[in-house]
Design a protein around this ligand. Sequence first.
Ligand SMILES: [Zn+2]
Ligand SMILES: [Zn+2]
Length: 199
Amino acid sequence: MYDALTGRYSLACPEHGAVRVQLSSFRRLERLPGAAHPAVYRVEFDCRCGGRHPGLVADDELDWAPLGLAAGEFLNLMTDRIEDAGSELSELAARRIGAGEWPWSFFCYLEERPRPVFPSSFAVLAPAEDWLGLAVRCPACTSLSVNLVSAAHVDVPFWNDARVGVVDHVFSDDAVHTMEAFREELYSSAFDERRLLLH
Ligand SMILES: [Zn+2]
Ligand SMILES: [Zn+2]
């Protein structure tokens, strides 16, 4: 489902069949009621065919697969052998988290502080010129903050933008109910620049 070596999810397009999609092409994520282990998210993503399609992604695929957990096998070109990439990648991720680095972060407007986060807390992503408007449900205070970030900030674990734009108010649930409502609010909002240093 997620390929840690290319950083892409495999999802279904009615026209092309399986397509590979980066997290920054996701537009909405919504946790489905019920299933808890794993929790399942209904996502919508922008496809290379020009359409927007729904898909289902489990929480471990969203949050852990990009860190190399369950990365599976790869062909080692030096030894010409199939080897397990998972353990090496996850060890590296564990070391970095242990050293105080976080794979993803955002700036919580309500708490006025940066916080570590996992992609399953992302609610809506919308391209805005060279940036992504990213609505995040804070795992600590549950308020909805919107940051302007780079695509790498969401696609590349441990890549955290040094500074992000922060919309100067808490978003209501209504504002992220549809893409149209979110875009409208995003474009009429003012931003402050905040540093994302977590330590
Ligand atoms: Zn498509
Ligand atoms: Zn918060």
